[in-house]
Write a protein that binds this ligand. Structure first.
Ligand code: GTP
Length: 636
């Protein structure tokens, strides 16, 4: 197929607006997948994704389509739907020339619609609006078309009316892709460059790398390729296309504009990172330019925004956990982990995640696929601390601008040199507040869309969470968007739950990191039975410390089971106790009852309980359940 007959496109949508259903229908219509082979929602191939009904990992499908007697190849590149993966969304969009913007005609524009449109515009894509679910009685396509025009500034005169469910309008969608999405450019003079938009670990083949050929003479089986970000070279043992299952192509090179996969005995996805550029350095089958290939723009390493401690409930499972993390990492370049041991928790790992959803997915996969029981400590953002000394103001400025700086352990203030920046991804490592230091925390730009009647409650919530109003706009007379600058630490708590509950579920929300700001922050510690429980330490705004401490000890009292002795639970800032409660001792008769009765029955019961995977961790003489670790997530 000449490049002029290829169309590369993505589908962007807010969650649940019908992206996967539309993709399925297109595969069916183009006979890419026979109807009887259709497993609902083919593109979401991971079990966990299907269960949660969200698209996490991208994938691609090649479809054959004929229009006016001309054969076309349409490559659909699927994008993950969730904010945690916005870098991956952006790279998969970079592999396309156009995007279908799917909007639920009964719901209208939502926060993820906007976030995804911004990413598509940044990548210069031709955007085709599709108003989906018009079969629903509540659908108001005209009103939603107006909303798209007024919020995004996208002309909706040619918006397509569709029902992915019934199949209505699917032909129009396919025609529009051929007519409106520009064909890929085809520069065979340049050195070959392929953009990696996904890679995944396959138990039999090693890493499978998904790519789009951007220019050059293409890529074929037997080629020696080089990854520009890592500098590593590999020999390609298989090249092919996705229909959507992988079909090897051995008789030719994939050419500019084509989308495919290759296998090259790569062991970890870390060596085939999303966003990296692959060039061909040697080939038996086709001419290779000797010019140096420039990397394609936009490569960035995934930066974890949220960190948490991950510990096996049972110390014997430490090795199993380490192996499981190692295997998971082969398939998840964004996951970070390093060994951590704490006197309270024993041996475990400090893990970095892209966001809360990513964290939950990793936790679930560890437990399900690798069968290890875990305790996860409350997620924390990454704080930065600069000692107050000569030149420190200038360093603080640079941290706020996101410039790369010398990082290291915090030093005693010395007169001469420029201070290093302490990076704190574990609240218990936040230096004491009496030190002379600047404390900085990450901020996000947060956008919430909701019916106008909920604007008041939303603003109250944002104020409670240290939000600063940036802008407020009416999307339509009945729907409003509010934009805030807010500390990320406030967002990764139960914030989204609160947004939902205060808007009766009608709000949608998106956020992106906007930079660092200086805030007066202190470390709030917990003492259980007079012993420091470091994994329960948290960082709070100085003003909130006392109130937060009170809530924390009260909650811990609820979650921690009573012991045979009295247990004081205290919250402290430095040496000051800001709140304190007492867990009273268990009464004797309760205990007696526990141990009474038939011993074999008792054993059976214990076994049953063990199977129920009670997530508990002994800290000193006290057993602390998983819920207690998450208590710090809402201290209001
Ligand atoms: P993510 O993969 O989570 O981003 O969601 P999605 O956008 O892929 O949505 P999905 O295709 O899973 O559809 C969400 C729900 O809407 C499903 O229950 C679909 O059956 C339903 N749905 C999709 N298209 C239509 C439509 O045209 N009409 C109606 N009535 N329901 C639809």
């Amino acid at each position: 197929t000449p490049a002029s007959n290829i169309r590369n496109f993505a589908i962007i949508a807010h969650i649940d607006h019908g992206k996967s259903t539309l993709a399925d229908r297109m595969l069916e219509t183009t006979a890419t997948v026979a109807a009887r082979d259709m497993q609902a929602q083919l593109l979401d191939s991971m079990d966990l994704e299907r269960e949660r009904g969200i698209t996490i990992k991208l994938n691609a499908a090649r479809m054959a389509y004929e229009k006016d007697g001309e054969p076309y190849v349409l490559n659909l590149i699927d994008t993950p739907g969730h904010v945690d993966f916005s870098y991956e969304v952006s790279r998969s969009l970079a592999a396309c020339e156009g995007a279908l913007l799917v909007v639920d005609a009964a719901q209208g524009v939502q926060a993820q619609t906007l976030a995804n449109v911004y990413l598509a515009l940044e990548n210069d894509l031709e955007i085709i609006p599709v108003l989906n679910k018009i079969d629903l009685p509540a659908a108001e396509p005209e009103r939603v078309a107006e909303e798209i025009e007024s919020t995004i500034g996208l002309d909706c005169t040619d918006a397509i009316l569709a029902s992915a469910k019934s199949g209505l309008g699917i032909g129009d969608v396919l025609d529009a892709i051929v007519e409106r999405v520009p064909p890929p450019s085809d520069d065979q003079e340049k050195p070959t460059r392929c953009l990696i938009f996904d890679s995944k670990f396959d138990a039999y083949q090693g890493v499978v790398t998904y790519f789009r050929v951007v220019d050059g003479t293409g890529i074929a089986k037997g080629d020696k390729v080089k990854f520009l970000a890592t500098g590593k070279t590999h020999d390609i043992t298989e090249v092919g296309v996705m229909v959507p299952e992988r079909i090897p192509v051995s008789d030719r090179a994939l050419k500019p504009g084509e989308v495919g996969y290759f296998v090259a005995s790569i062991k970890s996805v870390d060596d085939a990172r999303v966003g990296d550029t692959v060039t061909v350095v040697k080939s038996q089958s086709h001419a290779v330019s000797t010019d140096e290939a420039e990397p394609l723009p936009g490569y960035a390493e995934a930066t974890p925004m949220v960190f948490a401690g991950v510990f096996p409930t049972d110390a014997d499972q430490y090795n199993a956990l380490r192996d499981a993390l190692g295997k998971l990492k082969l398939n998840d370049a964004a996951l970070r982990y390093e060994a951590e041991n704490s006197p309270a928790m024993g041996f475990g790992f400090r893990c970095g995640f892209l966001g809360l959803l990513h964290m939950e997915i990793v936790q679930e996969r560890l437990e399900r696929e690798y069968d290890v029981d875990l305790i996860i400590t409350a997620p924390s953002v990454v704080y930065k601390v600069v000692p107050r000394q000569k030149n420190s103001e200038a360093v603080v400025e640079k941290v706020m601008k996101g410039e790369a700086l010398k990082e290291g352990l915090i030093q005693e203030a010395s007169e001469e040199d420029t201070p290093t920046v302490l990076v704190v991804d574990n609240p218990s490592r936040m230096p004491d507040k009496d030190r002379q230091q600047h404390t900085l925390e990450p901020y996000v730009r947060l956008e919430v869309i909701a019916p106008t009647e909920y604007t008041g409650p939303l603003m109250d919530l944002a104020n409670e969470r240290r939000g600063e109003l940036v802008d407020m706009k009416y999307l339509t007379p009945t729907r409003t968007t509010v934009i805030y600058q807010m500390p990320l630490a406030e967002v990764i708590t139960d914030f989204f739950d609160q947004v939902k509950s205060r808007t009766r579920g009608y709000a949608s929300m998106e956020y992106a990191l906007s930079g660092y700001r200086e805030s007066p922050l202190v470390r709030l510690d917990v003492m259980i039975n007079k012993e420091l429980a470091a994994p329960l330490s948290t960082v709070v705004h100085e003003q909130d410390a006392q109130a937060a401490g009170k809530v924390l000890v009260r909650k811990l009292k609820e979650f921690i089971p009573r012991q045979m002795f009295k247990v004081p639970i205290q919250a402290c800032v430095g040496a000051n106790i800001v709140a304190s409660v007492q867990l009273s001792a268990m009464r004797k008769d309760v205990l007696a009852k526990c141990y009474g009765g038939d011993i074999s029955r008792k054993k059976k019961l214990l076994q049953k309980q063990a199977k129920g995977k009670k997530r508990m961790k002994a800290m000193g003489k006290v057993t602390v359940p998983q819920e207690a670790f998450m208590a710090v997530l809402n201290l209001r």
